[in-house]
Design a protein around this ligand. Structure first.
Ligand SMILES: [Zn+2]
Length: 233
């Protein structure tokens, strides 16, 4: 299978679905990780340009842990908006990667406008990816991918429908998240939290709900036209 995960900021995918992406990669699926914004506000001390470059490098290091191909979309952190240019960019992302399944943010319940916009964008453009009269660099897709929404940050207001056991890939998930070194200082400064511990608690909590040591959870977008059945590993 071909799997595309799209996160709003560098490190969102690591927190919310990296254990599942690692499972896909381990069984031989091709994994793509795309990041909407450049993470340029994520530093208490460094200027925007400098921290954006560091964050891109960290995201590349993380993707390399599971051999995923990184797509850095580079929109300004905190200011991602849905417009024609942006939709065309996401349509072309789907056409370039031709995924069977797309995983992205819950467009209704997550906490940050960039998360909500990313999730909504993927939902908005999923059908347009197959439409020949909408031109982008890559040719139209032959089929509309299945669309899954991943957990929200801290699980708030997210009602899971599917759980993936990530007990066997939690160490890879930790390694991927730890690649985002610059965020250790930022999250400590901003929220007084350790991001590795935060991730372990959230994955452990979803594990308690589902009978695994660690788990990630998802909800399938079920709007017309119907996508194929369950595709999670
Ligand atoms: Zn985020």
């Amino acid at each position: 299978m071909r799997v595309l995960a799209v996160g709003a900021h560098p490190d969102d995918l690591e927190i919310l679905c990296a254990g599942t992406l690692a499972k896909y990669a381990e069984r031989g699926d091709q994994v793509f990780m795309a990041i909407s914004t450049n993470g340029e506000v994520g530093s208490p001390t460094l200027p925007k340009k400098e921290i954006a470059e560091i964050r891109e490098q960290e995201a590349r290091t993380s993707a390399a842990v599971i051999g995923a191909e990184l797509h850095w979309l580079g929109y300004p952190d905190e200011f991602l908006f849905d417009n024609e240019e942006v939709r065309l960019k996401y349509i072309d992302l789907i056409r370039a990667t031709r995924p069977d399944v797309v995983i992205t943010h819950d467009p209704l319940h997550d906490y940050h406008p960039d998360h909500l916009t990313t999730g909504q964008l993927l939902w908005n453009i999923r059908v347009m990816t197959t439409v020949p009269n909408i031109k982008t660099e890559h040719p139209p897709c032959a089929k509309i991918p299945s669309l899954y929404f991943m957990d929200t940050i801290a699980g708030i207001n997210f009602m899971p429908e599917e759980y993936v056991d990530i007990t066997a890939t939690i160490e890879k998930k930790k390694k991927m998240l730890a690649a985002h070194e610059s965020q250790a200082a930022w999250l400590k400064d901003q929220y007084d939290m350790s991001y590795i511990k935060f991730m372990e608690i959230c994955s452990g909590f979803r594990g308690i709900q589902s009978g695994f040591r660690y788990a990630e959870c998802f909800r399938r977008s079920v709007t017309f036209p119907a996508a194929s059945g369950r595709v999670l590993p």
